[in-house]
Design a protein around this ligand. Structure first.
Ligand code: PSV
Ligand code: MN
Length: 430
């Protein structure tokens, strides 16, 4: 019988942590009340926050140089779901997973969906992969996929995306995320205009296969693996493509896919303005697409992104619902711990953004009172909202201290015994 963390164990740990949490929550509630904020309203909103976990994120990642497998790694999608379920069990913030194909291919998607729902999980956006050749593939993606010069390659890439939509339908998903590695390494290697034309043409075929209630998320990235040019390099290219492809196409913002210091929150504001914000791949970075844990390098930037989202939710109403997904690579940590920590940090930024006094902020902005506008915004960021996060988890049946509970449970040690190492991981370096 496979090991799982029992609800009784979580309850026992919570009983030990509940007294301190109640004290801290009451104190924060009093302090927020002095600022005219009802802590209960914030806790309710935080408890409703959800972000999808990437199936590839629960395996140990790697770099261009090496991959150091971790103990008890998932051996396939079924093990991955088991790990994803633990993340949701303890944080209650990750009820869905975002699968990647063909990494997560199985023969019976009904069975996969059934297993996921028995673990309390659903499926978020499906991700296609035309950045790697698969065994026995008739033509190669070495020089591109949806924008390749050879129609046979473009057709293969289109067919793969259409297949992902089919799989996604079986899983209950309603979105396809398309990131292509297409680009060039040398000036002159590729015709920059024609490559984009070919991409649009291929994506039109993918869009034609979308069910009416589906969306396609176009994910841009400024470089890597192509180092001179990338076909969908920036939000401008993504926005132009999404506009041409029609209302079902929107732009997905992976936080790590921008040059250092780019004002990502302003990109978010622009995409919101035009109804083209699909959602996010959350992570953090210092230099490039580092895929580090959310909030670990620049929590202020994450807060500023959530500030735009809260602002947009207030002005756009309930229809505003971008898709939240994590996209990280865990090289030196237990992926379950990193993903729990990241989900918590995302909730933290969200809670902090909810605390911003938007009336006072607007008044300061209208009066061109730069410093008070900044102070008003920052008042949210400098508030320690940890008691709100803990209380939201406790009320939802999660762990007050997810990482402490996870370590004490011995889950990883049990999985290390249950899951003997396998040769090579299909998710490889992500
Ligand atoms: C590309 O760097 C990316 O961000 C895309 O979302 C991929 O699907 C994912 O990473 C995994 O390689
Ligand atoms: Mn991504």
């Amino acid at each position: 019988m496979a090991f799982s963390i029992s609800d009784a164990f979580v309850a026992e740990r919570n009983a030990a942590d509940a007294g301190a949490l109640a004290e801290d929550y009451a104190a924060l509630g009093r302090s927020l009340a002095r600022r005219g904020i009802d802590i209960e309203a914030i806790t309710t909103e935080v408890a409703a926050f959800a972000v999808a976990v990437p199936t590839w994120g629960v395996g140990t990642g790697g770099t261009r140089f090496a991959r150091f497998p971790g103990p008890g790694e998932p051996r396939g999608i079924f093990d991955k779901l088991e790990d994803c379920a633990v993340i949701n069990q303890l944080t209650r913030a990750t009820p869905t997973v975002s699968p990647h194909f063909p990494w997560d291919v199985v023969s019976d998607y009904g069975e996969l969906k059934g297993l996921a729902s028995s673990l309390g999980l659903g499926f978020d956006a499906v991700n296609s992969n035309t950045f790697q050749d698969q065994a026995g593939q008739a033509v190669s993606y070495k020089f591109g996929s949806l924008s390749h010069t050879d129609k046979a390659v473009r057709d293969l890439a289109v067919a793969h995306n259409v297949e992902c939509i089919e799989i996604g339908r079986k899983l209950g998903s309603t979105a396809l995320t398309v990131w292509i590695a297409d680009g060039s390494n040398f000036a002159g290697q590729s015709n920059l205009s024609r490559a984009f034309d070919r991409y649009i043409d291929a994506m039109k075929q993918v869009c034609a296969a979308l069910p009416a209630d589906w969306q396609v998320f176009l994910e841009h990235k400024f470089y890597e693996p192509a180092f001179y040019s990338t076909v969908i390099a920036d939000w401008g290219s993504s926005f132009a493509a999404a506009t041409e492809l029609g209302p079902q196409a929107k732009c997905l913002v992976d936080l790590g896919h921008h040059a250092p210091n780019v004002n990502i929150e302003q990109i978010v504001a622009r995409l919101v303005r035009y109804g083209k914000l699909a959602g996010f791949h959350f992570n953090d970075s210092k230099y490039g697409d580092d895929d580090l844990d959310s909030g670990s390098v620049d929590p202020f930037r994450l807060f500023l992104v959530f500030n735009e989202l809260v602002d947009a939710a207030r002005s756009k109403g309930p229809g505003f619902a971008p898709a939240y997904m994590i996209d990280q690579s865990h090289n030196v940590t237990d992926p379950i711990e990193s993903l729990m920590q990241s989900a918590i940090e995302l909730q933290r930024s969200y809670a902090q953004a909810l605390l911003v006094d938007r009336k006072a902020l607007e008044a300061a902005q209208e009066a061109n009172d730069a410093l008070f506008a900044h102070r008003t915004l920052k008042a949210g960021f400098v508030t320690d909202v940890s008691p709100i996060l803990g209380e939201a988890r406790r009320r939802s049946g999660g762990a007050i201290d997810p990482l402490g509970t996870y370590r004490a449970s011995g889950y990883r040690a049990h999985k290390t015994k249950e899951r003997p190492p396998v040769e090579g991981s299909r998710s490889g370096i992500v």
